[in-house]
Design a protein around this ligand. Structure first.
Ligand SMILES: [Zn+2]
Length: 118
């Protein structure tokens, strides 16, 4: 992790960096977990635990990729439901959020993005 200490960073660039870091980290994690799943006795993991971890890593990769795509399309940071801007504070906590806080509570449950906030 290399955070430039005092350099002013455009929020979008900051979020892009966060998303790219997250994407790389989760990809590495998924690769590792996939290897564990093939090992005898799953490297000591319960198969169900490992499945859960793999599912969550896949979901986070998908969410992150989706957010990066929205960024390149220019729709990043806008709620996919009500089209209002997503507060920056929320994006800092959940850079892959596609719904504002209010919509997340009603329609965003199945996206899985809000899981990190609960
Ligand atoms: Zn909304």
């Amino acid at each position: 992790m290399t955070a430039a200490p005092h350099a002013p960073v455009e929020p979008m660039e900051l979020f892009r960096t966060m998303l790219e870091d997250e994407f790389a980290a989760q990809t590495t994690r998924l690769t590792q977990l996939t290897v564990y799943a093939r090992l005898p006795r799953h490297a000591g993991y319960e198969p169900q635990t490992l499945d859960g971890l793999i599912t969550s890593a896949r979901r986070r990769i998908a969410d992150t990729a989706h957010a990066l795509r929205r960024m390149s399309e220019g729709t990043y940071g806008v709620c996919a439901h009500c089209n209002k801007p997503i507060p920056l504070g929320r994006l800092r906590i959940a850079p892959s959020a596609i719904h504002c806080t209010r919509c997340e509570q009603s329609v965003g449950r199945r996206s899985g993005v809000g899981a990190a906030l609960r």
